[in-house]
Design a protein around this ligand. Structure first.
Ligand code: GTP
Ligand code: MG
Length: 314
């Protein structure tokens, strides 16, 4: 009897995993097309010739892999005399190795601590949506969640976070025209006093200018550093996957300012530019931990290197 239930539970887990993989594969189909199918389509000789190598390089660049990484890969194809028939397997191994450069891909969480997630990124990247999705996920795991309306620059931003808080059925700390750093300060106090498991802090994507934005984010981060004790802190940079290589420069600026600990790439559904993940891993050595694959509350997936590679190549 026990075995029967155990087996059933395992079957269900397997089904969920298969479903998750199918969703990922579907979301990545355009990236797979630009990054793999298009590249493979340019080779017809037994061993790629000069012209074909050039075409491979421009296809990789087009797939938002970045100029340096693309030419590095093409050099290797040349050096190792990779045959056209081996190209797919070669690319798979190359891409896998690049992702292996990243360290830990799991979003930090500790049951016995306050888990603070500070979410930053340019306007429209998908910060507030991601926060809604994470709130929903933690709530489903019976965690006590507090959202912090740290984008005090736009009135509509607080309203938008409020809608997500209601959808996910979690608490929100918001205050009209508040200073976002002092809001973050109060939020962590409140979390300690009222035993919250999770605090997710939204932030503005655009202030009057980039300097002001960066200064404000630094201020919030300093307050968080002051307030957290032995708690978990993740500073998540949200990048719009459909913007491709633009994300790389953004990541550098944000990383210098607030020391990013993980990347969330949104809008990977429907974009051919998902190759950006490899550039981020290679150039910035920052781990991608979450990917957004739609606008709905469930449309966030933990980034898993093997699943990502398999979804692209299978
Ligand atoms: N297709 C798709 N759309 C997304 C995804 N994530 C967010 N969006 C959409 O992107 C738009 C911007 O999302 P927001 O969450 O408001 O972005 P933000 O970074 O908070 O923007 P600001 O508050 O202006 O700084 C919205 O229309 C979202 O529905 C995703 O993973 N896939
Ligand atoms: Mg927002």
């Amino acid at each position: 009897m026990f075995n029967f239930f155990k087996k059933k539970e395992e079957d269900n887990q397997q089904k969920d995993q298969n479903k998750g993989f199918g969703i990922l594969k579907n979301a990545l189909s355009k990236t797979a097309n630009s990054l793999i199918d298009n590249v493979l389509s340019v080779v017809s000789s037994d061993i790629p010739d000069e012209f074909e190598l050039e075409d491979i390089e421009s296809m990789l660049i087009k797939a938002d892999l970045g100029v340096d990484l693309s030419s590095e890969i093409v050099e290797k194809i040349k050096e190792k005399k990779i045959k056209s028939s081996q190209l797919k397997d070669f690319l798979k191994e190359e891409f896998r190795e690049i992702l292996n450069l990243e360290n830990d891909n799991l979003l930090k969480f500790d049951e016995n601590k306050i888990n603070v997630y500070f979410v930053v990124g340019v306007n429209g990247a998908g910060k507030t949506t991601l926060i809604g999705k994470l709130a929903h996920r933690f709530k489903k795991q019976n965690k006590k969640v507090l959202l912090v309306a740290g984008d005090t620059f736009r009135a509509a931003a607080e309203e938008q976070l409020d809608i997500w808080a209601k959808r996910a059925d979690v608490d929100i700390l918001r205050e009209d025209k508040a200073d976002s750093a002092s809001l973050a300060y109060r939020a962590i106090d409140m979390a300690r006093k009222d035993h919250y498991d999770v605090v997710i802090i939204d932030s503005a994507g655009r202030l009057q200018n980039k300097f002001n934005l960066i200064e404000e984010l630094k201020k919030i981060k300093n307050v968080i550093y002051k307030k957290i004790e032995d708690d978990v802190l993740e500073t998540i940079l949200v990048l719009d996957g459909s913007q491709g290589q633009n994300g790389l420069n953004q990541a550098k600026v944000f990383n210098e300012a607030v020391d990013i600990s993980s990347i969330a790439i949104t809008k990977l559904d429907g974009t051919p530019k998902g190759g950006i993940i490899f550039s981020i891993a290679k150039d910035l050595k920052l781990p991608t931990k979450l990917i957004g694959i739609g606008e709905k509350i469930d449309d966030v997936i933990d980034f898993n290197k093997d699943d990502f590679i398999n979804a692209l190549f299978e």
